[in-house]
Structures are given as structure tokens and as C-alpha cells.
Design a protein around this ligand. Structure first.
Ligand code: GLU
Length: 289
């Protein structure tokens, strides 16, 4: 198989989309990476099908600052959105060839299984249960589950052990929901993490729990209202979800991620999104299972 050579990057023919904002509508989707104009994929592969169509459908979060936040224009911004544009660009698909679909935590596997989306890039933890029904490229980032409390931490919650007997808000179908059950029985599970903010404000819950980077984005978005406890108690390697058994596509995306890590693109994409609030980490090792 010639997976790593699956596309031919012709530098001279590449279209640099970066920097065109001055002459395009500022709301128009843009890629931060060069879009490969010439792509030569093996017939029958998902890469060939998508490159030929010039279109890809990607599921992501629409309410998570830093990773995927949409302002109503179906053009989400954040690190996950940038990773999606990177993969699309390597298929020769510019940012305006991406159809973004909002995925909440609980519908990520069904959306992939039903073929509603080609990929899910949505703060999506790779784990064995999910790998029974979908595949994952990556990981391209590693988060950890943490807690969000009111500014000043009025209940003195220093870590997950302090949750016993306390009400906590999280999201259905997430690893956060499963993991926190070890520490409290009083779990309010909703569709999106942004739905958890009002219960935290009113005191209906003592904390919101999910990945530290999601919580950091929500705290940053609502300055002065909340704080992240800063005691992560799980490991959450983020993967790109795709159809089970599409090994060629998975390896193509793994190659794309590896190249981006090696040539500095990964850092650039991080720094212009999540890196505005978070330090730049070393990406985790890609798992080519
Ligand atoms: N990364 C965790 C998960 O995939 C929690 C964040 C989320 O729900 O998106 O379940």
C-alpha cells in the first residue's frame, strides 16, 4: 500500500488560502494551511471519493470555545475545526468545501455509523468501547477530566474526591459522565457543556465536570464567573472518529497529523486557537493500531 504517498503535494500548484481574508468576506471559511491542488489517491479509497467530490462533512462541537465554537454561521472556530481544515486541505478540499455538522457527545458514534458525517473531530476521547463501533486516527491531543466551580471555589472542591454527596453537571454519552460516577451519585446529565453553566451559577450543582481544556474555554468565555480546579483525574486522548474498518483513511489521517506535528503546522494551529488561553503541549504519540 502506498498510504503515506497517498497524495501528491505539488508545492508550486498549491493554493495558499492563508492571507486572503483581506479580499474575501471576513465570515467566509478559511484554511490556515495550503490546500493541495493536485491529489492522486488510489481508486476506491475514501480519500479518492472525497477528493473527487471536493467536499467533506465533519461533525464537531458548536459550543466549546477553543476547540469548536460556532457563531450561528455553521463555520465553527477552534483547534478541532483547524484539524478538520488540515485534513480537508490534504484531500485538496478548501475550507468552503467542508460542511460542518454539530455533534453532541451522545451522537458522535451514530453519526459516523449512519454515514451522516465523514469524520468526527469533537474533543472525542479514543477508548476501547468506542473502538468497537468506530475507528480513530490520532490521538492529536491529550486532555484530562477536571472540574469547573464558581469563582472563588465557595465549596472548597480541590479534586474529584471532594464530590461525594455533591451535585455535578456533565454531558450524556461522554466519558466524563462515566468517570464521575465513581465519585458521586448526584449527576445531572444534559446535551452540551454550555447547558451546565446555568445550574452552576444558580447553585443547583457544585461543579461541572469534563475535560480540562473544555472547562478552560468556558471559564475564559465567561470571565470572572468560574474557575477550573486544576486537578485532572483521567487521561482523554483526542482522536478523529471515522468509519470502522476504513484503515486506509485512518492511516492517511495519521500521516497527515504526523506531518503537521513534524513541520510545525500543529503548533501553528494550536497557537491561533486553544493556544490563546492554554500552553502549547507536546502532542501525544499517534497510535497506528
Ligand atoms: N473527551 C470526552 C469524551 O469524548 C469528554 C468531552 C466530550 O464529551 O466531548 O467523551
Amino acid at each position: 500500500m502506498r498510504l503515506s504517498k497517498g497524495f501528491v503535494a505539488v508545492a508550486a500548484a498549491a493554493v495558499t488560502v492563508l492571507g486572503l481574508s483581506a479580499c474575501t468576506d471576513s465570515a467566509a471559511p478559511e484554511s490556515s494551511v495550503e490546500v493541495d491542488e493536485v491529489a492522486d489517491f488510489e481508486d476506491g479509497t475514501t480519500m479518492a471519493r472525497l477528493a473527487e467530490a471536493g467536499e467533506i462533512t465533519i461533525g464537531t462541537k458548536f459550543d466549546q470555545p477553543l476547540f469548536g465554537l460556532d457563531d450561528g454561521s455553521d463555520n465553527p472556530q477552534g483547534f478541532d475545526a483547524e484539524i478538520g481544515k488540515l485534513v480537508a486541505a490534504k484531500l485538496g478540499i478548501p475550507a468552503d468545501g467542508i460542511t460542518w455538522v454539530e455533534t453532541v457527545s451522545a451522537n458522535r458514534e451514530p453519526f459516523i455509523q449512519n454515514g451522516d458525517v465523514d469524520l468526527v473531530i469533537a474533543t472525542y476521547t479514543i477508548n476501547d468501547a468506542r473502538k468497537q463501533v468506530v475507528s480513530f486516527a490520532g490521538p492529536y491531543y491529550q486532555a484530562g477530566q477536571d472540574l469547573l466551580v464558581l469563582e472563588g471555589n465557595p465549596d472548597g472542591i480541590e479534586g474529584a474526591e471532594d464530590l461525594a454527596g455533591k451535585a455535578v453537571c456533565t454531558v450524556s454519552g461522554s466519558t466524563s459522565e462515566a468517570n464521575v460516577a465513581e465519585y458521586t451519585d448526584d449527576i445531572i446529565a444534559t446535551d452540551t457543556y454550555s447547558n451546565c453553566l446555568e445550574p452552576l451559577r444558580t447553585g443547583a450543582v457544585a461543579a461541572v465536570t469534563t475535560d480540562n481544556v473544555i472547562l478552560a474555554g468556558l471559564a475564559d468565555q465567561n470571565e470572572g464567573e468560574f474557575e477550573v480546579v486544576g486537578a485532572p483525574f483521567t487521561e482523554e486522548p483526542y482522536g478523529i472518529g471515522l468509519a470502522l474498518d476504513d484503515t486506509d483513511f485512518r492511516m492517511f489521517i495519521n500521516d497527515t497529523l504526523q506531518d503537521a506535528e513534524d513541520d510545525g503546522t500543529w503548533d501553528e494551529l494550536w497557537e491561533k486557537t486553544a493556544g490563546k488561553v492554554l500552553d502549547t503541549p507536546t502532542p501525544p504519540t499517534i497510535d497506528r493500531y
